[in-house]
Ligand binder design. Structure first.
Ligand SMILES: NC(=O)c1ccc[n+]([C@@H]2O[C@H](COP(=O)([O-])OP(=O)(O)OC[C@H]3O[C@@H](n4cnc5c(N)ncnc54)[C@H](OP(=O)(O)O)[C@@H]3O)[C@@H](O)[C@H]2O)c1
Length: 322
């Protein structure tokens, strides 16, 4: 098969279209003929050598999510058959013509979505559901702050939280990006380049924060959380070593938590997929949540697609299609 290979760690041009052995399947795995693969920030970290694939996962083909058609099923597969259109969460290997994945990480493509739209969903939807709704326990009527509202994670978080009845506030790097977030269902935005989110939110406070920034955002996040508030980390791009005022955590009875999805065990991902099918897929079918595609590229232009992601001017997902 053909695949996009990280030929060495470095800039986007290290991504090259090459011949690669087609994966073998066994047990409860399915073989998907990939029609579209989503691009995520962690793919860039992996290409640069800062986010290695977990053990047992193909190390030199990036790609955490795909959509396509099942062309082969292992002997223990019970929920899917050959010919079904699916999207799947992967721990790597998605920028390829074929990928093998255990059936519990696959979901039927919801509604009338295209392969490109379906490929944009798994990584962000799994991350948002597990961190915001399972760990953060966000409920209808609560105020929810998303840092990086315009990110792939942000646009998914805005739409699901809005559809389920929360008040959504986002931080963004420009008013144009803020406007995009309002159109997706955010109630308000804070431009982090011209405003201080702590000052803006210190009176009203928020119940749940999804943070990928860390660093000096931690103290500000702690200050604006309401009593019983929850702070959930999915990255710490400004630094993971921080000063935490434990007294504030105690007096406001706060929860500080976080997680990384990629390295989680199969059973966790399988259960999460079931919850998503039950809670999020109906929002897509009723058009309350729509995938947002910024641009598609042929697989052979994966390097160009990475350049666009790194440039940071996009709103919505960047997808490789064949
Ligand atoms: N833990 C997990 O399991 C998990 C899973 C998936 C992703 N992630 C993490 O989630 C993050 C988002 O991923 P993605 O693929 O959605 O990325 P992305 O689309 O590239 O977005 C990165 C975002 O960071 C925002 N940002 C940068 N500096 C900021 C600041 N000082 N304040 C507020 N926002 C700021 C940018 O906002 P502007 O463009 O508006 O400037 C941009 O929206 C990444 O850090 C990724 O590693 C974690």
């Amino acid at each position: 098969m053909k695949a996009i290979v990280i030929t060495k760690y470095g800039a986007p041009e290290v991504l090259k279209l090459q011949d690669y052995p087609t994966p073998e399947i066994s047990g409860d795995e399915v073989l998907i003929e990939v029609k579209a693969a989503g691009i995520n920030r962690p793919d860039v970290f992996q290409r640069e050598g800062n986010y290695p694939a977990p053990e047992g996962v193909v190390a030199d083909i990036p790609g955490l999510e795909v959509a396509g058609t099942i062309v082969k099923c292992g002997p223990d597969v019970v929920d899917f058959t050959v010919g079904e259109r699916v999207c799947a969460l992967l721990a790597g290997g998605g920028y390829a013509e074929y990928v093998a994945v255990r059936e519990g990480q696959c979901l039927p493509i919801p509604g009338d979505l295209s392969f490109a739209e379906a490929a944009s969903l798994p990584e962000t939807v799994f991350t948002v559901w597990s961190n915001v709704f399972q760990r953060g326990k966000l409920k209808a009527g609560e105020a929810f702050l998303i840092h990086g509202g315009n990110s792939g994670i942000g646009i998914t978080g805005i739409q699901i939280a809005h559809a389920l009845g929360s008040q959504v506030i986002v931080t963004v790097g420009s008013d144009e990006k803020g406007q995009n977030c309002l159109e997706l269902g955010a109630d308000s935005y804070i431009n982090y380049k011209t405003q201080n989110f702590e000052t803006e939110l210190q009176n009203e406070g928020v119940d749940v924060i999804l943070d990928m920034i860390g660093g000096d955002y931690l103290a500000k996040n702690i200050n604006i959380l309401k009593p019983e508030g929850r702070l959930v980390h999915i990255n710490a791009v400004s630094g993971s070593r921080v000063d935490l005022d434990i007294w504030k955590v105690m007096t406001k009875r706060l929860t500080v938590t976080g997680s990384t999805l990629r390295s989680r065990e199969y059973e966790f991902k399988k259960q999460l997929a079931k919850e998503i099918q039950k809670n999020v897929w109906p929002l897509i079918e009723s058009k309350k949540f729509k995938p947002v595609i910024f641009k598609t590229f042929p697989f052979s232009e994966a390097a160009e697609a990475h350049r666009l992601l790194e440039d940071g001017s996009h709103t919505g997902k960047i997808i490789l299609v064949r």
